[in-house]
Design a protein around this ligand. Structure first.
Ligand SMILES: [Zn+2]
Length: 592
């Protein structure tokens, strides 16, 4: 959505930002030698394993492996993309970062005017709700719905008076009429410009950084339409926005879960009842984009559905959208006759907490339905297995896939291997897959062998010790990399001359979050502080990669020697293979 930020800008922001101050705002830090330590905000712990190294500008948790630069920290805690994190920190330290909208979109100053108009409107609406006589009806409405003053303030709820040109005049005075028209706050007709929202309770919709991007307006009586929403604008796309994400983002990170509801008032009431991790759609059916955005904050998403048959059906449709976003998703089924708002009000927060804590995996319900449909007839069973395979095909995380295949096969009464094969046939390499791969950190770490550690280790050395780049390049270890993107990245670093601080933007673009965390681990752990240490590790990495290549060559020669026994290839080839195996082994013994 936002354009690339220049490396010099990123470096300027990083240099200005105090990593201890920024992380210290969320984690109580204590100095321990050259590092600061505290309790990790990314996993539960009683003794601190979270460290910040201000000198190098990295943080790292020795417990869960989280780590990176100050930008990675903000990305992780606030659920922002890299450019968003840079901009947020830049704003905090007063560094100007030019806004570059999408191609053909409005220029930076136009976008600024749009944000200003929305913010001004939100302030006017809020003022009208609390400070005007006209707001009395809206205040009574909020009270009747059980929305407290504090809650209304937290969501910046406001009121649009009934006069036709109330907001138009206010925006005109500030030179924001054009912006107001573009945002759908105002409309132009033959009689002139007038207000779009009249006599409505106003719910500002904010982006994850807290900027107002749109409004939902609800009537106080039974007029239709009940809700009027801002149209799509350069600031707002309803399929890519979640209501309440700004308000909920910290609770989502802290609880590692999000509760998804349909309406603004449902969200507000759950928040008020203590479920601060709640968000709502923006008047549309759930979209893959919304879930992908949410997946940056948590993988545990609980969606509320009606407990009746229609709600169950809706949960099956939602399952597909969840899977496409790389998430499994759970369903909270609200008993018939209630919605989340009325349920929590009439049955209490504890009852809702029980529902939420026992939310079932959407795919479990789906499997149950299919198991029932399978019945006893062979044809029905085959059809059900086909449907399950089609859904499993969308599961992009390998561990989740494994567990689900194991669970599904006996339910359907089909062979597990067959089901797996069918489900993996032509598995799409979706963006969701990449996402899932990047978010299953502990598993990836556990599987990383010495070779993989050496691959990222050399990049860490090259980044942190520019003087060693030429030596790394001369050893040409990239030919032994299994990860070709990483090999390319290593070659790139070795041709650069800047210190690592100037390559943070580059790293954010080219390396996964886990790879950046691995680099942070080496920097914070003090493994390669001195040039001597770095040099020694460089040698170890090069040897490890070389070893791995030779080990693999031996393996593959052994396999081909076994696979072509006496029959057609007999003599020559088999003998040559065997000799190659022996000589390679000898070579590795003398060198190792
Ligand atoms: Zn941790």
């Amino acid at each position: 959505m936002m354009g690339r930020i220049g490396d010099d800008k990123i470096e300027e922001v990083r240099a200005r930002a105090d990593i201890v101050e920024i992380i210290g705002a969320q984690v109580r830090l204590r100095r321990a030698g050259r590092n600061f330590t505290g309790l990790c905000p990314f996993h539960q712990e009683k003794t601190p394993s979270f460290s910040v190294n201000p000198e190098r500008g990295f943080f790292h948790c020795f417990g869960c492996g989280a780590g990176g630069t100050v930008f990675n920290f903000i990305m992780k805690t606030e659920g922002l993309t890299f450019p968003e994190a840079v901009r947020q920190i830049a704003r905090r330290y007063g560094v100007e970062v030019p806004e570059s909208g999408p191609a053909g979109g409005p220029s930076g100053s136009e976008r600024e005017a749009l944000y200003r108009a929305n913010q001004a409107a939100a302030d006017f609406f809020e003022g009208a709700l609390w400070k005007s006589a006209a707001g009395a009806g809206a205040r009574a409405y909020l009270e009747a719905r059980g929305i407290s003053t504090a809650t209304a303030h937290a969501y910046k709820v406001g009121f649009a008076p009934g006069e036709p040109v109330w907001l138009s005049r206010a925006l005109e005075k500030r030179g924001l009429s054009e912006a107001g028209l573009k945002l759908g706050l105002l409309k132009r007709d033959p009689a002139g410009i007038h207000d779009m929202f009249r006599a409505r309770v106003m719910f500002p919709i904010r982006d994850v950084q807290g900027r107002v991007v749109a409004f939902g307006g609800r009537v106080l009586d039974d007029r239709m339409p009940k809700y009027l929403n801002s149209p799509e604008s350069p600031l707002y796309s309803k399929t890519r926005t979640l209501y309440g994400l700004f308000e909920a983002r910290q609770a989502i990170a802290a609880r590692d879960r999000a509760i998804l509801v349909e309406g603004y008032v449902d969200a507000i009431m759950l928040w008020q009842a203590g479920f601060k991790e709640v968000i709502a759609g923006c008047g549309t059916a759930l979209t893959v984009e919304q879930l992908r955005m949410l997946a940056r904050h948590t993988r545990n998403v609980l969606a509320c559905f009606d407990g009746d048959g229609a709600g169950r059906k809706a949960s099956l449709r939602a399952l597909e959208i969840f899977l496409q976003a790389g998430l499994l998703g759970r369903g909270i089924f609200i008993p018939s006759g209630f919605d989340p708002d009325t349920f929590v009000r009439e049955q209490g927060a504890e009852s809702f907490a029980r529902l939420a804590d026992s939310a079932e995996l959407l795919i479990d319900y789906f499997l149950g339905v299919q198991a029932e449909a399978a019945g006893r007839s062979i044809a029905a069973r085959a059809q059900a297995a086909e449907r399950v395979a089609a859904v499993l095909r969308m599961v992009t995380n390998n561990f989740e896939f494994d567990l689900l295949a194991r669970k599904a096969a006996p339910l359907l009464g089909v062979g597990e291997e067959l089901l797996r094969r069918e489900a993996r046939r032509a598995a799409p390499h979706s963006r969701g897959e990449a996402l899932a791969a990047r978010t299953s950190a502990p598993a990836v770490r556990a599987r990383a062998d010495a070779g993989a550690r050496a691959e990222i280790g050399l990049i860490a050395i090259a980044l942190l010790h520019p003087q060693l780049r030429a030596e790394i390049a001369a050893a040409a270890p990239e030919q032994n990399y299994a990860d070709l993107e990483l090999a390319q990245a290593l070659m790139e670093v070795c041709t650069r001359t800047e210190p690592h601080e100037a390559l943070i933007g580059w790293a954010a673009e080219r390396l996964t979050a886990e790879q950046q965390a691995a680099i942070a681990e080496m920097a914070v752990g003090g493994f390669i502080d001195t040039r001597e240490e770095a040099h020694r590790l460089l040698g170890d990495c090069v040897v490890a990669l070389d070893e791995r290549r030779r080990r693999r060559e031996v393996e593959s020669l052994k396999r081909s020697a076994n696979a072509s026994p006496t029959s057609h290839l007999k003599g020559d080839r088999a003998v040559a293979d065997a000799q190659a195996v022996i000589s390679l082994r000898r070579e590795s013994q003398t060198r190792g």
